[in-house]
Design a protein around this ligand. Structure first.
Ligand code: ARG
Length: 247
């Protein structure tokens, strides 16, 4: 009865205890998604999520351990315990949320378009791309891909393993439009877009990005939400945001 239920509750451990015991916060992400997680020239992982993860480890008093993982296996890897948390610019979708839990969103994002320059003026929004003559690219298993299938169902969709490949296909004229998270399009436009693509920068989806943890761990979620609120109000969040995102 009641006593038995209470014993079960007491026996349940939070991931927090594992992290503290291990002395390591193992963070799963897929590098390649600028400006959230990428590899610099020396081979170090850098970006918005990486800086947040370092602050998180510091606040816990443990070592930050990055674990680079393929995007298509990132949720199963979290569930099977390959790492403690996903910090990888992941959009909270209702479908993902059936399998994992999300902390409060740390940024709001939406899908935008990098359009090959030859269509400048003729294509003004995602609606104008809804025709089989247009080849639209995005990355496999992302909300970019989902947005194309849902909102531009008649286009010819071409899926890529990485953001960079999907973007380059459009930049070199083999495809017409790249659909992806706004912050990523901002960076690609600034670094490699000049003279090749035009940026349709008005987001056409609503996408909160959040850190994900295994189900059944309210203690960890509580810690994460309080940590995020603290970061947002003591200037650390703003400093990291300005470094990677503010353009
Ligand atoms: N926000 C998008 C999604 O959740 C893209 C995230 C891609 N992240 C990455 N590290 N490659 O589907």
């Amino acid at each position: 009865g009641v006593a038995w239920g209470a014993d079960i509750e007491l026996a349940k451990k939070s991931t927090i205890e594992d992290i503290l015991k291990r002395g390591e916060l193992r963070v799963g992400f897929e590098a390649g998604y600028m400006p959230f997680e990428m590899t610099d020239k020396k081979g170090n992982f850098v970006g918005f999520d990486v800086d947040m993860a370092k602050e998180m480890a510091k606040a816990m008093g443990v070592k930050f351990v990055p674990i680079n993982t393929a995007w298509d296996g990132i949720i199963p890897s979290l569930i099977t315990g390959k790492f403690d948390i996903i910090m990888s610019g992941m959009t909270v979708t209702q479908e993902r949320n059936l399998k994992i839990n999300f902390a409060d969103p740390y940024i709001i994002m939406g899908q935008t378009i990098l359009l090959n320059k030859k269509h400048e003026g003729a294509v003004k929004s995602y609606k104008d791309l809804n025709d089989p003559k247009f080849i639209v690219t995005s990355k496999l298993g992302t909300t970019g891909e989902q947005a194309v299938k849902r909102h531009i169902p008649k286009c010819t969709y071409k899926s890529f393993e990485t953001e960079t490949e999907a973007f380059l296909e459009v930049a070199n004229g083999k495809a017409d439009a790249y659909v992806y998270d706004q912050a990523n399009c901002v960076v690609l436009m600034a670094q490699q877009g000049e003279g090749k693509v035009v940026f349709l920068d008005k987001p056409f989806t609503y996408e909160p990005l959040a850190w994900a943890v295994r189900k059944g761990d309210p203690d960890f979620l509580n810690w994460l939400d309080n940590f995020l609120r603290q970061m947002k109000n003591d200037g650390r969040y703003e400093r990291i945001y300005n470094k990677w995102i503010k353009s």
